[in-house]
Design a protein. Sequence first.
Length: 421
Amino acid sequence: MMNVRYRLSIHGLPESFRLVRVLFANSGAGGISRGLLSCLLLVFAGCGAGGPPPGPPQFPPPEVQVSLPIQGEVTDYVDFPGRIEAVNSVEVRARVTGYLEKVHFQEGSDVEQGDLLFEIDARPYEAELDRAEGAVIQVEGRLTRLNGDYERAQSLQAKGAMSKEEIARITGDRTEAQGMLKVNEAVRDLARLNLSFTKVRAPISGKISRRFIDPGNLVKADDTAVTTIVSLDPVYAYFDLDERTMLQLKRLIREQKIVWSLDAGLPVLMGLADERGFPRQGTINFADNRVDADTGTWRLRGRFDNGDNSLAPGLFVRVRLPFGTAHSAILITEEALGTDQGQKYLYVVGDDGKAEYRRVKIGKLHNGLREVSEGLTAQDKVVVNGLQRVRPGIEVQATTVPMPDAPETANQQADGKKPQG
């Protein structure tokens, strides 16, 4: 009876249970226990009763964000490294020899033209001025006497009471005294000037450096530099154009695609290492008259306002020189771009909700957005977020957002809205 129940329980099971039947048939005194056979039966039943294998798991479409490209007017440009230099840079030197007595400025501070910086021992120059003034007074007294003699001689000559020789002597002495007065007045003026030079004043307004000499040391006229002063507003930015860029610029000027004169100035942009883009605008006010034979470059200079004193002489900067006239361009964020074997690509979402792989050609970066010259239209919905989850041809769940990194007014124009303000 037991054997019948087991045959009924395994009836209709898969062929893999033939082994179980054999074990049941041999389950005698020395065979396998019926309890173990029951366990094996349950295991095989669990393994063989599942039916056909399930298909691959179904996942929802990946979520991505898409944006419409920005259309705008842009101008091509070329970027160069540059260096800031002061418009005026003065090395302050002593104009008279003497011992330095006092320092009247704080190192690294701003000074105005005419501010007192140093004092040199003035006593020798005061004495020299006193002597020169005494000599002038002495000659003036002699000249006063000779002027009286000359007037009397003129009166006597009219009466015929004085010889011509005597008149000539008096006239010569008077003329000589007049000359000596001018000489001594010049000596006095020079002594007064040298005395004023004992007070060293700022020749220009700007930022002063440290002092190069301490009080008590001897300074020599026109030899000892005591400090330097640089002007800070405005400043110059010097940069060099390579030969190819120089020829291109000159061609555009000849073709009147660029209007440039040193009087009107060619616009130029500049940015610091910690600034985004090129927020500072200036003008070109100098172009060298030759190409450097050693480097093959042409030097230009831009003038920039520096009201906040953030541009220090010697500072390296980034300079952007616009080229040509403005043209219409399609702009996108660089986050939407990928690189495949050295070529740029992006994904666009069609009306059917599927992602399409597009190879594109890119241009310059304009205000944080990359110009796309080929492969994209203004109506394409570009995947700007979730690019790593997209594969060609798959369906995606797209959410439209403003173009990242774009100005607010540009996104309003892309959405067909009128910019505010």
